[in-house]
Design a binder for this molecule. Structure first.
Ligand SMILES: Nc1ncnc2c1ncn2[C@@H]1O[C@H](COP(=O)(O)OP(=O)(O)OP(=O)(O)O)[C@@H](O)[C@H]1O
Ligand SMILES: [Mg+2]
Length: 315
């Protein structure tokens, strides 16, 4: 099926307009976005998600490396790709005193359709996103969920093959969220659209994505199929071992960290995500041979725990 977007050794800087300081937003990213699937970019604030989307849209170009979309370089061949991409931000400017139909027709005309054709497409898309009964209603009276569906309709007006979503479900209630997921999924499947979707929400990524990219501080810290992350999400549990502070030895802890990738050490507590009972027993056996143990507790990690274990509490 091939990849729709490929990032080759992409580095992107911004310059702080006040201090003139260079900010590394993305650091040597290599990444392939598979065609016709949803790929989620998951990471805390400032990790580089929006920057990756902007690079894929061709709105900005890398400082080092290159980005290819549909096989074209975004720097040299932008004209070949720009009409086939849409980007959906979580908030967009909408003049409130126009109707949904007028809004979409306007964008259709911007893409070069005649007024009649743009209006026909606009009606079709308003129907697709379930806004039939709001066609001639002022956008000012739409609820957040309706506005989100309007953004989606707008994103489809140019028949894109790549749609970039930047936190598209912010502010939606749980039911509206699920409706939005299934709407996007149906559209993707029917129209063979590739989707890149930025979110901070692990549960959202787990629900919609076939591939998940974990970003932190401008770097990819993990990537893989949803199945692979489901495995990671299915840690059997987390064990917290409080050790007698007099027995702490930082070299021993470093040694343990080398052996156990999922180990975190904070003050006199060791925290370990284990994948099986045998793994837990082995870990406790080793730790009890090296430290005096004051207390041991185990629990099942929440998605939030796992997120924190990846991102260590953020940037
Ligand atoms: N226009 C800009 N000028 C200067 N720095 C910027 C600019 N845009 C982004 N940055 C910086 O680049 C880094 C990555 O930002 P980006 O917006 O891509 O992150 P993000 O993952 O989308 O964050 P969020 O979850 O908050 O939307 C951050 O350090 C941010 O401060
Ligand atoms: Mg962002």
């Amino acid at each position: 099926m091939g990849d729709t977007v490929v990032f080759y050794n992409v580095t992107k800087y911004y310059v702080d307009p006040r201090s003139g300081e260079k900010i590394v937003a993305l650091d040597d990213i290599n990444l392939a976005i598979p065609r016709g699937k949803i790929t989620c970019l998951l990471g805390p604030n400032g990790s580089g998600k929006t920057t990756l989307l902007k690079l894929a849209s061709g709105l900005i170009v890398p400082d080092r490396g290159r980005v290819a979309v549909f096989g074209y370089d975004t720097r040299s061949d932008f004209g070949e790709i720009c009409g086939k991409i849409s980007i959906v931000f979580s908030r967009e400017y909408i003049p409130l005193s126009i109707t949904g139909l007028e809004y979409l027709t306007f964008f259709g005309m911007l893409y070069g359709y005649t007024r009649g054709e743009a209006s026909r497409r606009a009606r079709e898309l308003l129907h697709l996103v379930g806004l039939d009964n709001k066609i001639d209603t002022l956008v000012a009276t739409y609820s957040t969920g309706m506005v989100r569906r309007l953004y989606l309709a707008k994103a489809l007006i140019n028949e894109p093959k790549l749609v970039l979503f930047d936190e598209p479900t912010t502010g939606l209630d749980p039911v509206a969220r699920l409706n939005f997921y299934s709407l996007v999924n149906n559209v993707r499947e029917e129209r063979d659209i590739t989707i890149m979707w930025a979110t901070h929400d692990l549960r959202e990524a787990e629900t919609v994505a076939e591939k998940i990219i974990f970003l932190n501080k401008g770097r990819i810290i993990a990537e893989g199929s949803r199945e692979r992350f489901e495995e990671i999400f299915r840690f059997k549990g987390v064990v917290r071992v409080e050790v007698d502070s007099s027995s702490i030895d930082k070299y021993l802890i470093e040694d343990l960290k080398q052996r156990y990738g999922n180990l975190k050490a904070r003050d006199s507590t060791l925290e370990y995500y284990y994948v099986s009972e045998d793994d837990l027993t082995g870990f406790l056996h080793l730790v009890s041979g090296k430290f005096r143990i004051a207390n041991v507790t185990t629990s099942k990690p929440s998605l939030e725990d796992i997120y924190l274990s990846f991102f260590g509490g953020g940037p």
